[in-house]
Design a protein around this ligand. Sequence first.
Ligand code: NAP
Length: 505
Amino acid sequence: MTSDVHVDHLVIGAGFGGLGAAIKLDEMGERDFLVIEKDGGIGGTWRANSYPGAACDVPSQLYSFSFAPNPDWSASFSPQPEIEAYLNRVAEESGTLDRFRFGTAVVDAAWEEDQQRWRVSLSDGSTVVAKTVIGAAGGLSEPRLPEIEGIDTFAGEIFHSARWNHDVDLTGKRIAVIGTGASAIQIVPQVQKLAAHLDVYQRTAPWVIPRNEHKYTGVEKFAFRHVPLVQKLSRTAIYWGRETYVPAFTRMPKLAFPAKQLALLNIRRGIADPELRAKVTPDYEIGCKRILISNTYYPALASDNVDVVTERIARVTENSIVTADGTERPIDVLIVATGFHTTEQPIAEHVRGKGGQTLAKAWAEQGQVAYKGTTVHGFPNFFQVVGPNTGLGHSSMVFIIESQLAYITDALRTMRSHGHATVEPRADVQAAWNADLQRRMQRTVWNTGGCASWYLDDQGRNTTLWPRSTFVFRQLLSRFDVAAYDVTPSSPSADGADDRKKVSA
Ligand code: NAP
């Protein structure tokens, strides 16, 4: 007799991806699943990133599930608390929360070839046995801390943007923010208002265009709620508007000329000092790194209590940051907005496929690869949401997530109807898929724009972004193409022992 919990499907993560997976599994009648989430609740990145000013830079009409529209968004770009509340409401209404286990991390997920199933060890010491694993741990979940000499010795308050310490009162403090990415440009205007003095450490200047925020009126919200077509049309218009940006990113960077002019205007509008303007003007093509949106970032940098420091950081002391030119700037609080581990996904260390090989090992030489960003050769019955080359520079990841969920649920339907115990993408098909991706990548601004970014791995390969339109992605994943897979039939022994302990009826 064993106390292992047996389920058909184990989902890792309870952000947009994991919640969406739970809802879609439930809808198709695959109700025997468990969602494991290391954090204390629903939301993923939208729960973890609670820093002041956190908001989505993709319009929320599009940055939400197509099957769960929200007529109550307060503005075109929703603040983080609204998105977190939205996800909680959707979870509540879905009736799936009884199958979520919070505050528990996946320590190890190992494929048992003879049993044709996954054995998953959890941080609470328990084990779950599952026929399939859906990994939805997120691309931006593991903070990347800077390796700066002496940073461990800093005696003041220090925290990462995704681990904001709300107990620290920033009023009247001397503060440093390291980083000038999407998170930092939202944090800086908020912190500037409170700080006695703020140093912003900029390694690479970002391109920042104006934020065309629109607060929804009562009439608009009423229309969204009572005439669903209005909201649908709004979403569709935003979607296609965003798709028109694709050629500028993927083939013809010169098409981004108007955006570049807009960004330069944003600098001129926000900053009067020519020296500071020069400091914050990027020296690479717009779009090479994520294009940011803000009306308040540049005015904040131009404030009397702010210095933009572009000298390399040499070291951190107990109470200061020292730059390479020898200047020491004393601080009370250090905010690290240095991004996430994106090209080496932490979950990859914990997933072991055929022969016990980890995903991390499988990806060590070739970089992270998958088939259709979702399945991986050597890892049967493993599906990844937001896997390799599924990221976007221009539109909503929720659209990508829903496309992947359609593919995964069709795979499960196919397995069920054909009696397949396992599906695993063929090596040749996966290689051809990735060769095509990398060929397309050569022309993109991400690879040619003259910047270093988290899109690229340490070999310079772009293993994070999708280099085509999102509707092509959706089309390619609209049906599970079983011909691209090695399959095995169900065997009686693989269906679980008699002592199965189910988590749901
Ligand atoms: P990020 O874009 O990776 O930016 C990290 C920043 O830290 C960069 O400016 C980087 O400089 C700097 N940095 C890293 N290591 C450093 C070091 N050792 N010394 C000095 N500077 C260092 O991270 P993020 O701002 O957290 O954003 C990550 C992603 O999250 C975004 O691209 C976006 O996809 C998402 N995000 C979205 C929203 C939204 O509104 N939807 C908001 C926040 C974040 P370099 O540029 O020189 O590397």
